[in-house]
Design a protein. Structure first.
Length: 327
């Protein structure tokens, strides 16, 4: 048989050959584990729609962070579940808010061993469940929210966050946060911007995890991106970088692989992608029914996010995938 018969199959025949010619590879260093810490509980509370994930006490959070570090995972992103909510989300910037207490403890116990990322938003802390403060008409007020984000950023930085991760999709949020950090002496704290965050139906289990219900059956379409748009994501990303973002993020990941690829091609800063709660829950639920192989699908999904161009992946599979990758 003439050239190029069997050329492609030759390079697929042996595992060692496949490793040699692999175009992308998923590594433990790419993974970020999302963790939840809840106020006023004395034992971890499992999250029903996120099997294997719990709301932690500060003590169990520290133990989990140490376990992740021992698996080689280099970063975690922290979400808080406060007991009290109010219209302006006071708990988000309170020196003794649950995330700030947890960050101080994590820094005391882990130092700089892991990158501590604080999700920066108000929705877990507002009684109406929106990501910002509301104006007289009940709409999210962009600029009043920016003031609150600056206060939250400073509180998180003071408590020990290495990176703050604004996820509220307000216009100008990165610039406002950068200015607040710089003028309070926290110029060493970076910003992981949720730049292209879509108004997705895949956040359902997460909202259970943080006890968030949007008042009046509302949604976030007034500030999160329309899933039909890709160019708009590039606009968001470019603005965030111009405003001072150190890393940019696309979220969700699997339904937006084209966006990840487009962002990767357009910019040179590190690109993160969030394999969100609904993406995790679908795999777990199908695997529980015996319909798919949980571990194989998790690796395939995360590998696809990597192949699309993400340098950093936030995923609820972080620990179990690290165990597999670490051998
Ligand atoms: C907002 C926030 C959300 C998620 C991360 N940060 C939810 C939302 O925008 O409604 C979702 C994460 C996930 O689904 O895993 N603070």
């Amino acid at each position: 048989m003439g050239f190029p018969a069997r050329r492609l199959r030759r390079s697929r025949r042996l595992p060692a050959m496949r490793r040699l010619v692999a175009e992308s590879s998923l590594g433990i260093d790419d993974l970020v584990a999302p963790l939840f810490v809840r106020e006023s509980i004395d034992a971890p509370v499992p999250i029903a729609s996120l099997p294997g994930v719990s709301q932690h006490t500060v003590a169990s959070l520290v133990l989990e962070a140490k376990r992740l570090a021992s698996l080689g995972i280099g970063a975690l992103v922290l979400f808080g579940v406060p007991t009290c909510k109010d219209p302006v989300g006071s708990g988000a910037s309170d020196r003794d808010g649950v995330v700030q207490i947890a960050l101080r403890q994590l820094r005391d116990d882990l130092g700089d061993e892991m990158v501590l990322i604080a999700d920066l938003c108000l929705d877990e802390y507002t009684d109406h469940g929106h990501c910002g403060v509301l104006n007289d008409r009940g709409e999210v007020d962009n600029d009043a929210t920016l003031v609150r984000y600056g206060e939250v950023a400073v509180a998180q930085a003071e408590a020990g966050a290495h990176l703050v991760a604004p996820s509220g999709m307000m216009d100008g949020q990165v610039a406002a946060i950068r200015a607040a950090l710089d003028t309070s002496g926290h110029d060493d704290v970076g910003i992981l911007a949720y730049s292209a965050k879509y108004a997705s139906a895949l956040y359902g289990p997460f909202r259970d995890a943080v006890d968030v219900t949007i008042a009046g059956g509302g949604d976030r379409k007034g500030y999160q991106q329309d899933p039909r748009n890709r160019r708009e994501a590039l606009e968001e990303v470019r603005l965030d970088i111009a405003e001072g973002a150190d890393l940019v993020m696309v979220k969700p990941a699997l339904a937006y692989l084209d966006v990840i690829a487009a962002v990767r091609a357009a910019v040179d800063v590190p690109v993160a992608a969030y394999n969100v709660s609904g993406e995790y829950a679908m795999v777990v639920a199908a695997a529980e029914r015996g319909w798919i192989d949980r571990q194989a699908v998790a690796l395939e999904h995360l590998g696809a996010i990597k192949r699309a161009g993400a340098d950093v992946i936030l995923t609820y599979f972080a620990a179990e995938v690290a165990e597999v990758l670490g051998g």
